[in-house]
Design a protein around this ligand. Structure first.
Ligand code: PMP
Length: 359
């Protein structure tokens, strides 16, 4: 029996995708071999790779002047990939700090660039995003980096920040494809795959081509966007199976109606869960309403001693992965694209029962 899996990543994937992969596992479309046994240079795999890229381009309306790369090293690799590709040694680089993942990007950025944190949500205890237009980006900054969705804090930007002529860079790991996004506003978007795109092992980087000439001479090849673009992301052996599975997930998103439909469904799911938390005196969510993530919903019970029993009883009821991140505790429900509204309804029903028994 499959459970409803609320894990933050690796995360639930569409059952149709898993079944399709299963049916093709030992013999991919008459090739006589599994995708994981194919040379990455074979025409079969090259077609799988190109198709996945095309689907991502069309789903997100990626402009032609942006390259799409499928790389390794996760979003964490890109924390250093960003300054190494965009900032000259010692050049200022602007960052917004909205929580745990911003902080990781900042500390990695500090190794390679002169980081200027131009807005910091410390005062709100990282429960919000800066007001639109409330921060200034130095004109000589190599880029402005922000975390579009903070997976741990459950904080998501409801607007695209204005960085003027400075390239805008975002970590979209836990929100990519969850709703429409105007890619043309961005210099760089990167996203680890293991939430909305498929399994772990790939990070997608969408980068405006005119930025490909800014890399430092000492950028490692595996993080070098220009070199990777020139080699169709195959400068070294890519994680072929993950790439194929991402392609299947993208096809599934298309079949569901694309990112607009994902956005409608995700809004309905988020409204259902936040609504239940709001109406209850038992559960609470610390995030300011305008910055609440549609993807990651942290919540608390009045007594931390009830957290373990909550998570255990939920697991018994077929609701898995509800512990908060180990750094913050509490509970968290990640409700990515592949989580159906039935899963969120089952969680809300469980929460109501748990409150009645423990409230
Ligand atoms: N950024 C965000 C917003 C994340 O949620 C995560 C993973 N939870 C990461 C970065 C790190 O990703 P990876 O483990 O793929 O390096």
């Amino acid at each position: 029996m499959r459970v409803f899996n609320f894990s933050a990543g690796p995360a639930t994937m569409p059952l149709e995708v898993l079944e399709r992969a299963q049916s093709e596992l030992t013999d991919w479309r008459g090739s006589g071999m599994s995708v994981m046994e194919m040379s990455h240079r074979s025409p079969e795999f090259v077609s799988i790779a190109a198709e996945a890229e095309q689907r991502l381009r069309s789903l997100l309306s990626v402009p032609d002047d942006h390259a799409v790369l499928f790389l390794q090293g996760g979003a964490t690799g890109q924390f250093s990939g960003v300054p190494l590709n965009l900032a000259a040694p010692g050049q200022p680089a602007a960052y917004l700090n909205t929580g745990s993942w911003s902080k990781k990007a900042i500390s990695e950025g500090e190794k390679y660039a002169d980081v200027r944190v131009v807005a910091d949500e410390k005062a709100s205890n990282y429960a919000s995003v800066p007001d639109e237009g409330s921060f200034e980006v130095p004109g000589d900054a190599a880029y402005l980096h922000y975390t579009l969705n903070e997976t741990i804090g459950g904080v998501e930007f409801p607007y695209v920040p204005d960085a003027g002529d400075v390239p805008l860079v975002t970590d979209a790991s836990s929100t990519i494809l969850s709703r429409p996004l105007d890619v043309s506003r961005f210099g760089v978007i990167y996203a680890g795959a293991q939430k909305n795109l498929g399994p772990a092992g790939l990070v997608v980087v969408i980068v405006r081509r005119d930025l490909l000439d800014r890399a430092r001479a000492d950028v490692p090849s595996a993080l070098d966007w220009k070199a990777m673009d020139a080699a169709d992301s195959m400068l070294n052996t890519p994680p072929t199976l993950a790439w194929y599975l991402v392609g299947l997930v993208l096809e599934w998103v298309e079949q569901q109606g694309g990112v607009e439909e994902m956005g409608r469904r995700n809004k309905a799911k988020a409204d259902l869960l936040y609504g239940a938390i709001e109406r209850s005196d038992f559960y609470s969510n610390p995030v300011q309403e305008r910055a609440r993530s549609w993807m990651n919903v942290p919540f608390l019970v009045p007594d931390p001693a009830l957290e373990k029993p909550f998570v255990a009883a939920a697991a018994e009821a077929g609701l898995s992965g509800l512990s908060g991140h180990r750094s913050v505790g509490g509970m968290r429900a990640s409700i990515y694209n592949a989580m159906p509204i039935e899963g969120v309804q089952a969680l809300v029903d469980f929460m109501t029962d748990f409150e009645q028994q423990n409230g």
